[in-house]
Design a protein around this ligand. Structure first.
Ligand SMILES: *Cc1c(COP(=O)(O)O)cnc(C)c1O
Length: 421
């Protein structure tokens, strides 16, 4: 059952309530390895479900366009102060609706359409909003893209420097969605300084690790940091943008009135709650456990003959090239889902296959670590993955069913925030 209980919803709209319960049960019974997902605490869930959703508050604390902000101003200020303290930044804007609009706000604050911008190519691990062609950021700006080196599978900083010198971009984005290794913020900062570009660190994936001291911080190196709040940071779906004092005004103006109307106050409240949680010693332990689990899972996968991009991981994320296993990413991901292991198919760098049927799968350990799974269980997870991939190749649905049943049995011993069994 969902927790907090959804009794009013069940009475008013049993059809929808049934779907919510079904999703809660699905999350309870799966080994959730999608690298961008997590389980938020019951406190964060409660904050998102409050009357704060009823209030319009365009503007910023003390400068709103609607009356009745006595409480909302305090909620948003609390979120901002917690973000500033946790990440050690001069300025924080907590209003962006999600990571993509947050990045768009960065462009709007610091660049004009047609300007040259630089980011990591999507197939190499970058995000759509770092100037990929189908994104508004790739259509409205002049994107230059760097990637990873073929031999190492890690960011090619020589290429970054060469491209930056040649194209002199206004903005350089570092960070991405499928980067299993530590991002070298000082190296990016040096390149950005040399070509007079503003460095933007997009820490959407690793924000929780940064907050918990399990990944170096971009603060002091990047003038702008953008992040989602719902990945390793374990907050509600939302985003934040941090900056040096110099860019504060431009960023705030870009978020509102540049791109958005009223902020989602219930989300802001839940962000404040999650930032409070992320400032605790328990969260530091969590962030380090996420990385320990990823390293243990990577080692166990390597032992079973899986080929990992860059050879392993430094963070929460693992990118697997399945070519050596003789199966594509999509059929593997679908079979793994049937086996109770949820992840996504993903392109790998220099992928010879098409994006809708790529060679790889991407996984992360943020959610299973929240659930309490530890390093001792990672060889078992790798065994299940290997079994499911092999069974998929052999068309052995019975084996896949057996794995799903074993997983349900194991997970019954690991409580899920937001659910009572
Ligand atoms: C997830 C992600 C985003 C976008 O976040 P949404 O909330 O999905 O819009 C932006 N940048 C990076 C690096 C991400 O991983």
């Amino acid at each position: 059952m969902h927790e907090p209980a959804i009794s009013h919803l069940s009475a008013a709209d049993p059809e929808l309530a049934g779907l919510v319960e079904a999703e809660a049960t699905r999350q309870y019974e799966k080994v959730r390895l999608i690298a961008s997902e997590n389980y938020v605490s019951t406190a964060v869930l409660e904050a998102t479900g409050t009357v704060l959703t009823n209030k319009y508050s365009e503007g910023y604390a003390g400068k709103r366009y609607y009356e009745g902000q006595q409480v909302i101003d305090q909620v948003e200020t609390l979120a901002i102060e917690r973000a500033k303290a946790l990440f050690g930044v001069d300025h924080a804007n907590v209003q962006p609706y999600s990571g993509s609009p947050a990045n768009l706000a960065v462009y709007m604050a610091l660049a004009n359409p047609g300007d040259t911008v630089m980011g990591m190519a999507l197939p190499d691990g970058g995000h759509l909003t770092h100037g990929w062609g189908v994104s508004a950021t790739g259509k409205w700006f002049n994107p230059v893209r760097y990637g990873v080196a073929k031999e190492t599978g890690t960011v090619d900083l020589d290429q970054v420097r060469d491209l930056a010198r040649e194209h002199r971009p206004k903005l350089i984005f570092c960070g991405g969605t499928a980067i299993p290794r530590t991002i070298d913020f000082p190296a990016f900062a040096e390149i950005a300084r040399e070509v007079d570009a503003v460095l933007v660190a997009d820490i959407a994936h690793i924000a929780g690790l940064v907050a918990g001291g399990a990944h170096p911080s971009p603060v002091g190196h990047a003038q702008i940091t953008s992040t989602t709040t719902h990945k390793t940071l374990r907050g509600p779906r939302g985003a934040m943008v941090f900056s040096d004092a110099e860019y504060a005004k431009a960023l705030d103006k870009a978020v509102f009135p540049g791109l958005q109307g009223g902020p989602h106050n219930h989300t802001t409240a839940a962000i404040a709650v999650s930032l409070g949680e992320a400032a605790t010693p328990e969260f530091r332990v969590y962030a380090h456990a996420v990385v320990a689990n990823a390293k243990a899972l990577a080692a166990a996968l390597l032992e079973r003959g899986f080929d990992l991009v860059s050879g392993g991981t430094d963070n929460h994320l693992i990118l697997v090239d399945l070519t050596s296993k003789g199966i594509g990413g999509k059929p593997a991901a679908q079979a793994l889902d049937r086996a109770g292991i949820e992840l996504n198919y993903n392109t790998v760098p220099f992928d010879p296959r098409k994006p809708f049927d790529p060679s790889g799968i991407r996984l992360g350990t943020a959610a299973i670590t929240t659930r309490g799974l530890d390093v001792d269980l990672m060889p078992k997870v790798a065994e299940w993955m290997d079994g499911a991939v092999t069974a998929a190749g052999a068309g052995d649905e019975a084996a896949i069913e057996r794995i799903a049943a074993e997983i349900r049995e194991l997970l019954a011993g690991y409580p899920m925030p937001g659910y009572t069994a």
